[in-house]
Design a protein around this ligand. Structure first.
Ligand code: ATP
Ligand code: MG
Length: 422
């Protein structure tokens, strides 16, 4: 919902008169730059999110001051990307990216501008930005600068390229995935011409590094509108970056829809966990081997890949109708991944067996070797020969204890071992 203050905005000269509450430190940076005679504004995602009543991830500032001039004004700065005009200004250990108004030169590789040059025009800087909703600037002094009708698009919940979409996606192909990601995060639609351009130019995604693609995919998967992952298929982007997924959409549309529904259902208290659960659900149909190969090629992080390898086979198990089955599952899954498995199952609409699991935790049931009341040294003393037999025996005891938790006493386990050794 747009904030009331924004609805009441009225146009005044270059800026739209509107109050936006800027954080104290952002205000400080802007006013310091203004004091020295430069223009300075909050810009991009932070303006968009504030108007939408969302909490911005970070605050970017754009200014007419050149990097060395910015460095001259603030006592502590970091040279983040001087050649691109970005200086990080540190205010009480918090960093804010301050970037000189910039023009991007030609893009011959479809990824990066060949060169950037500085400009004294805010509007030129806004023009190089990807979408109208990301191309607004604000300062208390000027109000909202909205040259490309970003406000209108925010009201209509639309992601629209600044200028001609085809041109903008030809410059930088990552913008196609960004469009879909913003649609997912904000619950917006992609304007028709913009989406047509994505479809037309989808093959250009091959020019973008897997790392940059992975970041966008992760943000989309984590978003409330993660079902927009369908648009990646519809645009023809999966055909380029993950042909197996493209095939899956083509040949098993109902199963894809089910997987996406499950992704939407999933909730979790950490972003990392939610990302893993949704990734497992989306890739489950491919089987763990294919899924992991694909995730590797998509430059997913190792922890996510390992979770997927571990959980996909467990998700397929018909389990947990009894405490014994649950103890076996915990043994295979491990306590660390159990909450993820339980949530993935719940999201898929399988029986919620959280209570059964919690019961096992409460009872302190032994489900791995470290929970046995004997260890390797005890077995050595009891006469088990050094070497592989120790591990084998511990596993045999664990299997017995999983079957029958009462068996997990030092006495019973040792007498079982001694009997076996005789
Ligand atoms: P978020 O930080 O929530 O992911 P954001 O809009 O702040 O979203 P950033 O990647 O932080 O996105 O970029 C900040 C701003 O820089 C954007 O709002 C946009 O104006 C501009 N921008 C970022 N990436 C591109 C790009 N590939 N092409 C054009 N402009 C871009
Ligand atoms: Mg940002």
């Amino acid at each position: 919902m747009l904030r009331k203050a924004c609805k009441e905005a009225c146009v005044l000269g270059k800026g739209i008169l509107m109050r936006m509450e800027l954080p104290k430190k952002v205000k400080h940076i802007i006013s310091k730059l203004e004091e020295k005679g430069y223009e300075a504004y909050a810009v991009g995602g932070c303006v968009r999110d504030t108007i939408l009543g969302r909490v911005p991830l970070d605050w970017d500032i754009t200014t007419s001051a050149k990097p060395l001039e910015i460095k001259g004004i603030f006592p502590v700065t970091l040279d983040t990307g001087l050649q691109h005009g970005t200086v990080t200004v540190m205010i009480e250990k918090e960093g804010y990216e301050v970037t000189t108004f910039r023009l991007d030169g030609a893009y011959s590789d479809g990824r990066h501008p060949d060169e950037v040059s500085f400009t004294s025009s805010l509007v030129e800087d806004l023009k190089r930005r990807d979408f109208t909703i990301n191309a607004m600037a604000y300062s208390d002094k000027t109000g909202l600068v909205d040259e490309f009708s970003g406000m209108e698009d925010l009201k209509n919940k639309t992601v629209r390229s600044v200028g001609r979409a085809e041109e903008r996606f030809t410059e930088d192909a990552l913008r196609m995935l960004r469009a879909i990601r913003f649609a997912g995060q904000l619950g917006f639609s992609i304007e028709a011409e913009t989406f047509e351009a994505v479809k037309k130019l989808s093959e250009n995604i091959a020019r973008v590094s897997a790392e940059r693609i992975a970041k966008e995919l992760e943000k989309l998967i984590l978003s409330d509108g993660c079902e927009k992952i369908k648009l990646i298929y519809e645009a023809g982007i999966f055909a380029v970056i993950a042909p197996e997924i493209d095939e899956f959409f083509k040949t098993k549309p109902e199963r894809v829809n089910k997987a996406i529904k499950a992704m939407e259902n999933a909730v979790y208290h950490t972003k990392k966990g939610l990302h893993r659960i949704r990734t497992v659900l989306f890739f489950e149909e491919l089987g763990e081997n294919k899924a992991c190969e694909l995730l590797k090629s998509l430059k997913s992080d190792n922890d996510t890949i390992n979770t997927v390898r571990h959980l996909i086979p467990l998700l397929g198990r018909e389990v947990e109708c009894s405490e014994l089955e649950m103890r076996r599952t915990v043994n295979l899954c491990g306590h660390k991944a159990m909450p993820l498995l339980l949530e993935a199952r719940r999201a898929k609409g399988l029986r919620d067996v959280t209570a059964l699991y919690e019961d096992i935790v409460k009872k302190g049931c032994c489900t791995d070797i470290s929970g046995l009341k004997v260890n390797g040294n005890d077995l050595l003393e009891a006469g088990v020969p050094k070497g592989v037999m120790i591990g084998k025996t511990l596993n045999r005891l664990l299997e017995m204890v999983i079957e029958n938790p009462e068996f997990n006493t030092r006495e019973k386990l040792l007498s079982e071992v001694r009997e076996n050794e005789e």
